[in-house]
Ligand binder design. Structure first.
Ligand code: NAI
Length: 503
C-alpha cells in the first residue's frame, strides 16, 4: 500500500530558509523493529533544520514479505522509487526461512546502485574506540564480483560460484571513489584487490584503478593486496583515507571498519547508481530494544545527511551534522554509546530533541563540517569499449569423471581424451581445481571428480566453433560427461585466459 505524506516545511526553522532550494522529492520507508522510532526522530531533526523534502512513503519489509511478496516490496512501490530515485530506508526484517530474497540486494541490483559508500569515523574521546584518529570512507563495488549469485553444482564433489567483473563496473566505481575524494577534499584513494592471484578479474580492477588515478593528479593513490591491506587497516586505520575495492572484500572490510570506529549504531551509508540512490543506517532492526525508545537514531540521521548532500541541500546537511556532533560532544548519548564522557543517557526522542536544540551550533573538539554544498560529482556514462580482435585458440572442457575404484588417474583420462582430439587441436593440459595434473603432475596434488581439460589449436590452425562442436560430440560419444566449456580466445593477440597453476 502506498501512502503519500507531505511534510509542510514552508517555514523552516532559523536562518536555514534562505539556504535551501525547492523541495526534494524523496521516498521514505519506516521499516521494522526500531525502524519507525529512528525514522521519526530523523525526520523531526531534518524538518527542524530546514530540509525541504516532499516525502512519499512506501512500506517495505516484514509485513510485505509475510503478505506473500518474496522481495519485501510491492510493485507499486517500484514505480514510486523509479520516479523519485531517492530513498531513505530504515532497517527491515527479512523473515527466517527459505524463499525470501534480501530487499537490499534486490534494490542494489534492480536500481543499479553500483556504489556503496560508508564513512567510518571515530568520535573520540566522546565515543570509546581504540582508534581515535580513524576517518576512513569505504567505497565498495555493489553489483558484481562473486555476488552475481551465479552458482552451480557440477559434480558429486564440486560446486562453483562465478566471479564476474566488468571493465564498465570497474570504471564506474573507481571514478566514483576519485570524484568522491575530490568533492570531499580527501587526500588519497587506496585500491585493494587480490590481483597477485586473480590476475584477470582483480587484475582488471587494479588496471582500471591505475588508469583513472592518473586523471586525478592532486589525489594520492596506492594499491594494496587485500589481505595485507585489511591487516594494515586494523593496525593503523589513521593511515587510510578513501578505500575502493570489489564487492566481497568491501562487504567484509566495511563491517570491520565500522566496528573499529566504535560506531555500528552511528554510521550511515549510501548506495548510489545512475538509476537512483538509497540511504540507510548500517545496523539492523535491533529487535531486542524495539519499541522502547532506546535506539540510537544517529546511523539513520547520518545517512539522511548524505541524502541532503545528494539532493543539493548540503548546507542543511551540514547544520544537522554539526548539531549532531555537538550533541555527541556534550555527552548526550543513547545507551549503546554511553561511556566515560557521557553526561546524560537519553532515549531516541530525547536524543533527537537534543540535536534539534543545537541546530546552528558547531562542535569545538570534534571537527566541524563546513564543506558547504558539495560540488556535483562528474560521473559521465560508462560505455563499452570498441571490440578487440578476437581469435579462438582453444577450449577448456570441464568433465565430471571418476573411475570405479576411486577418483581416477589423470593419465587414464588423458589417454581417453588424446584419442578423441579433433585434427587441428590437441589436449594440452588437465588440471584438478586449477592445478596441473597432466602432463607431469605432482603425485601429492589432491584429486577430485572434476577435471578441466584444455585443448589448444595447433600452430597455424584457425580454430572455429565447428571444430569445437566436433570435439564435444566425440567426448559425448565416448561417454565422458562434459559439464561446461570455456572457449579460449586471444584479444588483440593477448591471451584472454589464465595458465594452469604449475603450467
Ligand atoms: P542489529 O544491527 O539489528 O543488532 C545488533 C546489536 O546492535 C543489537 O544488540 C542491537 O540492540 C544493537 N543495535 C543495533 N542498532 C542499534 C541502534 N540504532 N541503537 C542501539 N543499539 C543498536 O543486527 P542483528 O541483530 O544481526 O539483526 C536484527 C535484524 O535486522 C535481522 O532481522 C536482520 O535481518 C536485520 N538487518 C537489517 C538490515 C537492513 O535492513 N539494512 C541490516 C542488518 C540486519
Amino acid at each position: 500500500m502506498l501512502e503519500t505524506t507531505q511534510i509542510d516545511q514552508s517555514r523552516p526553522m532559523g536562518s536555514a530558509e534562505s539556504l535551501v532550494p525547492a523541495p526534494a522529492r524523496v521516498v521514505v520507508a519506516h521499516g521494522d523493529g526500531i525502524g519507525p522510532e529512528i525514522m521519526d526522530a530523523t525526520l523531526r531533526v531534518l524538518a527542524a533544520a530546514g530540509a525541504k523534502l516532499d516525502i512519499a512513503e512506501i512500506k517495505v519489509g516484514k509485513d510485505i514479505y509475510l503478505a506473500g511478496n518474496s522481495s519485501g516490496i510491492e510493485e507499486s512501490s517500484w514505480d514510486v522509487l523509479r520516479e523519485r530515485k531517492v530513498f531513505l530506508k530504515a532497517p527491515i526484517t527479512t523473515p527466517q526461512g527459505g524463499g525470501y530474497k534480501s530487499l537490499n540486494v534486490t534494490m542494489r541490483k534492480s536500481l543499479g546502485l553500483y556504489a556503496n559508500i560508508r564513512p567510518c569515523i571515530a568520535y573520540a574521546p566522546f565515543v570509546t574506540t581504540r582508534h581515535p584518529s580513524m576517518d576512513i570512507v569505504m567505497v565498495r563495488e555493489n553489483e558484481e564480483d562473486l555476488y552475481a549469485g551465479i552458482e552451480h553444482r557440477q559434480s558429486d564433489d564440486v560446486v562453483q560460484c562465478l566471479k564476474l567483473v566488468t571493465r564498465q563496473g570497474c570504471e564506474r566505481i573507481v571514478r566514483y571513489a576519485f570524484e568522491y575524494a575530490r568533492a570531499h577534499g580527501r587526500k588519497k584513494v587506496t585500491c585493494m584487490s587480490k590481483d597477485n592471484i586473480m590476475k584477470m578479474t582483480d587484475g582488471l580492477f587494479h588496471k582500471v584503478f591505475d588508469e583513472i588515478a592518473a586523471e586525478y593528479p592532486e589525489i594520492g593513490n596506492d594499491h594494496m593486496i587485500i589481505d595485507i591491506g585489511m591487516a594494515r587497516v586494523v593496525d593503523a586505520p589513521e593511515k587510510f583515507d578513501v578505500i575502493v575495492t570489489l564487492n566481497l572484500y568491501g562487504d567484509i572490510l566495511s563491517d570491520i571498519t565500522a566496528e573499529m570506529a566504535g560506531s555500528v549504531g552511528l554510521a550511515g551509508s549510501s548506495n548510489i547508481g545512475s538509476g537512483g540512490a538509497m540511504f540507510e543506517a548500517i545496523h539492523g532492526t535491533a529487535p531486542d530494544i524495539a519499541g522502547q525508545d532506546k535506539a540510537n537514531p544517529s546511523g539513520l540521521l547520518n545517512a539522511a545527511v548524505m541524502m541532503l548532500h545528494h539532493v543539493g541541500q548540503g548546507e542543511v546537511g551540514n547544520r544537522v551534522a554539526n548539531a549532531w556532533l555537538k550533541t555527541i560532544e556534550d555527552g548526550i548519548h543513547t545507551g549503546d554509546i554511553a561511556g566515560e564522557k557521557t553526561t546524560r543517557v537519553v532515549g531516541t526522542t530525547e536524543f533527537a530533541d537534543a540535536v534539534i536544540a543545537r541546530l546552528g551550533q558547531s562542535p569545538s573538539t570534534l571537527k566541524a563540517v563546513n564543506n558547504g554544498a558539495l560540488p556535483k560529482l562528474n560521473l559521465p556514462p560508462v560505455t563499452l569499449k570498441a571490440p578487440a580482435k578476437k581469435d579462438m585458440v582453444g577450449v577448456d572442457v570441464f568433465v565430471h569423471w571418476r573411475e570405479a575404484n576411486g577418483v581416477g588417474n589423470p593419465e587414464n583420462l588423458a589417454k581417453v581424451l588424446v584419442a578423441l582430439a579433433v585434427p587441428g587441436f590437441k589436449l594440452a593440459m588437465i588440471t584438478s581445481r586449477g592445478v596441473k595434473v597432466w602432463p607431469q603432475g605432482m603425485p601429492e596434488t589432491s584429486l577430485t571428480d572434476h577435471w578441466r581439460c584444455r585443448f589448444i589449436a595447433e600452430e597455424g590452425i584457425a580454430m572455429n566453433h565447428t571444430m569445437l562442436i566436433q570435439l564435444l560430440s566425440r567426448i559425448n560419444g565416448a561417454g565422458v560427461d562434459f559439464i561446461k566449456t570455456e572457449t579460449l580466445y586471444n584479444f588483440d593477440g593477448q591471451p584472454g585466459y589464465s595458465l594452469g597453476q604449475g603450467q
